[in-house]
Each structure stands twice: as structure tokens, then as C-alpha cells.
Design a protein around this ligand. Structure first.
Ligand SMILES: CC(C)(COP(=O)(O)OP(=O)(O)OC[C@H]1O[C@@H](n2cnc3c(N)ncnc32)[C@H](O)[C@@H]1OP(=O)(O)O)[C@@H](O)C(=O)NCCC(=O)NCCS
Length: 172
């Protein structure tokens, strides 16, 4: 299966909206606030915003974030985000790189391919050591990070009542 990384584009509107419905059906936390109807009506603005994005969920100062979409046979299959630098919140959760694969496309190597392709992009943005965080029970994510050279430096609770997190670093 060939997967390419592209900049967010209007071209993938139909499959992006289908993917959003799948993510919301499984309850992926960071997409639950998106109103699909509003998004469909304002997709062009959404795409423009995605292409000049800053992190919008951290309390600390936002940092620039490059969004890339994974496309298989012309369809949106997932996304990967590269934060150009860390702020205090990203050091605790999120790190430099975050990703998700559309549920109906999982288990086919999509995230592995997006991740491997994103590392040189991160390097080109000036990142020399990338932090990747993931939950201690996210076995697919752990595998992706470790097979791409991730070095586990720390495992700790994200917050006193938060999940156990793994903190991996990859030298680029
Ligand atoms: C984690 C996630 C991105 C994986 O996406 P994916 O496209 O299915 O991943 P891949 O198909 O590339 O699989 C990656 C590896 O994990 C393995 N894997 C998949 N599910 C697994 C599981 N439940 N337990 C153990 N290993 C698993 C695969 O076999 C593969 O390893 P391999 O290359 O040795 O065969 C996807 O499940 C997802 O979007 N989850 C929700 C969001 C999320 O957790 N994002 C990551 C935040 S850190």
C-alpha cells in the first residue's frame, strides 16, 4: 500500500469528513469538539488554517505546527503533526510529533509510513532531537516509535490523576 504525505488540501474534503465521522464514533478526544456540518460548510477556511497552524490546545505560548495528511489511493487515511519546538505543555504531553490513522485504515502500516516520512521533514524544520510521547498502553504507537529509533528516556504519570506516559527521543 502506497501512502503519500501531502499538505492539507480541499481535494480530500469527502474522505476527510468520512474520517472525522469514524474518529468521532470511536471517541478520539481531540476531534470530539468539531462540528462536522460546520466543518463541511467551511472546509476551505479549515484547510487554509491547517496550513498555517499554531498549537491551539496548550496553555503555554502556541508554537507553529506543520500538518501533513496521509493519502492512500486518493483518500484521506490519517494525519501527522510536527510541532516546530516544545513549550512547557508539549514537554508533558504531545511532544514534537502527533499522529492518528483513520479507524478503517488501521493495521495496514499507515502510521508507520507517515511517521518514517515525517522524520526528515522534522529535521528540515530544524529539530535535531524529537520528543514523542505516548500512553504506556498504546502498543501500536510504542511499536511505531521504537522501530523508528525511539529511545525511551522516561515513563511517568502525566499528572497525579493522569495516564502513565512514555517519553521517547529520536535523534534526527
Ligand atoms: C496508534 C495508531 C496511530 C496506529 O496506527 P496504524 O496505522 O494502525 O499503525 P500501523 O498499521 O503502522 O501499525 C504499527 C505497528 O503496531 C503494531 N500494532 C498495531 N496494533 C497493535 C496492538 N494492538 N498491539 C500491539 N501492536 C500493534 C502493528 O503490527 C505494527 O507493527 P509492525 O510494523 O511490527 O507490524 C492508531 O491506532 C490511532 O490512530 N490511534 C488513535 C490515536 C493515537 O493513539 N495516536 C498516537 C498518539 S501517541
Amino acid at each position: 500500500m502506497k501512502i503519500i504525505l501531502v499538505k492539507p488540501s480541499f481535494e480530500y474534503k469527502v474522505s476527510f469528513l468520512a474520517a472525522l465521522r469514524e474518529f468521532q464514533a470511536e471517541g478520539l478526544p481531540w476531534v470530539m469538539d468539531i462540528d462536522p456540518v460546520e466543518l463541511a460548510n467551511n472546509f476551505e477556511k479549515f484547510v487554509n488554517d491547517e496550513n498555517s497552524k499554531m498549537t491551539n490546545w496548550t496553555k503555554d505560548s502556541p508554537v507553529p505546527q506543520t500538518e501533513l495528511w496521509g493519502i492512500v489511493d486518493g483518500e484521506y487515511a490519517g494525519r501527522i503533526a510536527i510541532r516546530h519546538k516544545l513549550n512547557e505543555d508539549l514537554k508533558i504531553m504531545g511532544g514534537h510529533i502527533g499522529y492518528d490513522t483513520r479507524p478503517s485504515f488501521r493495521g495496514k502500516g499507515i502510521a508507520s509510513s507517515m511517521f518514517a516520512q515525517a522524520l526528515p521533514v522534522a529535521k528540515s524544520l530544524g529539530i535535531t532531537e524529537a520528543l514523542i510521547t505516548c500512553n504506556d498502553n498504546n502498543f501500536a504507537s510504542i511499536r511505531i516509535i521504537e522501530k523508528n529509533g525511539g529511545e525511551l528516556r522516561e515513563t511517568k504519570l502525566q499528572a497525579p490523576d493522569g495516564p502513565l506516559k512514555r517519553y521517547y527521543w529520536i535523534t534526527l
